[in-house]
Design a protein around this ligand. Sequence first.
Ligand code: SF4
Length: 373
Amino acid sequence: MDQAAEKYLAAFPVDRFQKQLLYWFERNMRQLPWREDRDPYKIWVSEVMLQQTQVDTVIPYYKRFMERFPTLEALAEADEEEVLKHWEGLGYYSRARNLHQAVKEVKERYGGQVPENREDISTLKGVGPYTAGAILSIAYGQREPAVDGNVLRVISRLLYIEEDIQKVKTRRLVEAIVQCLIPEGRASYFNQGLMELGALVCTPKSPHCLTCPVHEVCLAYQQGVQSQLPVKAKKKKPKTVKLVAGVLTDGEQVLIRQRPNSGLLAKLYEFPNVEWYGHEPAETISRYLFETYGLRAETVEEWPLVQHTFTHLIWEIRVYRLQLAEPLGGTLKSAQNRLSLASETRWERIGNLDRYPFPVSHQKIKKELRQRL
Ligand code: SF4
């Protein structure tokens, strides 16, 4: 046993804790669509969707995704753009791209069978220690820890761990502890029980200790320090980036573009936009459109500000509706050719915009466009 884990578990009533947690989980688990069977592919998709996203938000996305991609093969064979379209609105789009690539690899290298050991499964794109542990324990019943934010919090409180849970060292410690706590033959329910306890009872603020099934053995509760744990060093404030976006229309058409192949929101679509500092934002976007695409645009009106918060970044987008100073005329195709736009940029009919995956911030702009035109 890991020495540090051993120290924390020396006087802990492991057996009692296991029984109390399993008894509670069996009677209180939520009926969730990914709990209907133990298909490793479905568990994998659900776990990826649940990273950084609430259960209630995930449920409709998961159902829609499973209707379209019911098997690992179906997802492996799909176009990336369609996968992104089914992920639209969930955010953290690299999760979808990584999942898609990893599923293709499973199809090609492992004959469509999700690997059953940590070594192989961990080589798949986007599969970190948590996702690997969740698939191995929930789908395959292996005694593998699956430590997410909920589990870090529960174990920190349960065993009165005062280490910063944002440190890799602490996560490793908690993994070693959970590994020792998992009862033989009950890995799936035990790991899910820990996560469920964190989601429903041992919540970040005001944990429900009085009704908690394991309060008898919880050290933080015994010491009255549950609200001071887990220890989490203060994060830096996210940086605000000021952007100005132009919704440039020509009759039924609007100018959109695809983001680069890598980086933030890679390959999603958006309305042309650029950072602005100090100058008039409307002027900045007009100048940008002219310098980048040779398009002369006039400002029609300003729309409400759009804000979006990422983990380390806040986008504050000033939005302007613009129109071409000289209408393009002709068909969409001739307009495309005439402007020789960069390949990632295109004129598209407003009615066709739903075919493209947009990030949440630009979906808001798209909605505004629909309401106003
Ligand atoms: Fe969390 Fe309170 Fe239960 Fe301890 S007793 S595990 S702090 S809810």
